[in-house]
Design a binder for this molecule. Structure first.
Ligand SMILES: [Zn+2]
Length: 309
């Protein structure tokens, strides 16, 4: 009962905000549904909805909208090994992956960053909506804080990650909000892994891929996990999973990664793929990298296909 009251209160607040905004002359059912999505304890997307969207797309009714986000950028390029920057690797996997999605017209895959930089439509959104994004995050954080205090949501410690710098964090939240507003159904974040305190001597202790999904308490959790399972089946037939403690689960739920919807900020299903540790052998030579990048893109595409089919 208490939970229902909280949901009702949140729904009412969100609707009231929507009504108060200048952009809303009236609130349609779709607007309410969108406002309700991303609310705790209410699924923002389901496995069934995703599969139905795919079946419809095959009949020529719409497309399955997929957002591909190559991790990091030229300003903040993630990790680095021997002059090879993570942002460049993720961009190249992203380009190869988006070329794969073109093969099946059921998908509309959008690549957020390529060799020319960020997608201009997103850049424009980010510049124009930065204050709105900040306000939305503050609101979502305060809802989560209340739910934690009430004991309705449980704080869970996952794998330790570097905390994103403020500007980077805002950009990630803006991606979530842009994905929500543009009705993306699946978001794939592409990354390469590393660990704190790596030295030339200890660096081979960790290797392998990992798939991060939203914490089970978030609205996009179940659908994301289902996509994660399909990806895991493909990945584990090709590569070794990570041996880092907690990450060795293969599919790793996480409460604090913005990419998969920290504070319940993302409606779409989302999986963050750590393809490999950046110093792993195949990535060290130009030829090895080229081949590995193709294999990573290929495996990702097959995993997504596996899910929808
Ligand atoms: Zn990364």
């Amino acid at each position: 009962m208490k939970i229902i009251l909280i949901i009702l209160a949140v729904v009412l607040c969100v609707s009231a905000l929507a009504l108060a905004s200048d952009n809303f002359q009236y609130v349609s059912f779709d607007d309410v549904r969108r406002a309700v999505a991303g609310v705790f304890f209410v699924d923002s997307i389901t496995e069934g909805e995703l599969k139905e969207a795919y079946a419809k797309a095959l009949r020529g009714e719409g497309k399955v909208k997929i957002l591909i986000v190559p991790g990091h950028d030229d300003v903040s390029w993630g990790t680095e090994y021997n002059g090879i920057r993570e942002a460049d690797l993720t961009m190249r996997v992203g380009e190869a992956l988006s070329a794969q999605f073109v093969k099946n017209p059921a998908y509309e895959a959008v690549l957020l960053r390529d060799r020319n930089g960020h997608l201009p439509a997103f850049e424009k959104y980010f510049t124009e909506h930065i204050d709105a994004v900040r306000a939305e995050v503050v609101a979502k954080k305060s809802i989560m804080k209340d739910l934690l205090a009430a004991g309705s949501v449980e704080r869970l410690e996952g794998v330790q990650h570097n905390k994103a710098a403020l500007g980077v964090a805002l950009r990630l939240y803006a991606i979530n909000q842009w994905a929500n507003e543009n009705n993306f159904q699946l978001v794939l974040h592409l990354h390469f892994n590393d660990f704190g305190g790596r030295t030339a001597r200890n660096m081979h202790q960790y290797n392998g891929f990992a798939l991060y999904v939203p914490d089970g308490q978030y609205s996009n959790a179940k659908a994301s996990y289902a996509v994660g399972e399909a990806l895991f089946a493909e990945f584990s037939s090709m590569f070794q999973k990570s041996n880092l403690p907690k990450e060795d689960a293969g599919i790793v739920p996480d409460q604090s990664l913005i990419a998969v919807g920290a504070y319940n900020t993302l409606n779409a299903a989302s999986v963050l793929i750590e393809y490999a540790y950046i110093y792993e052998a195949p990535l060290r030579t130009p030829a090895g990298r080229k081949e590995a990048i193709e294999r990573f893109a290929d495996t990702t595409f097959r995993g997504v296909e596996q899910f929808f089919k």
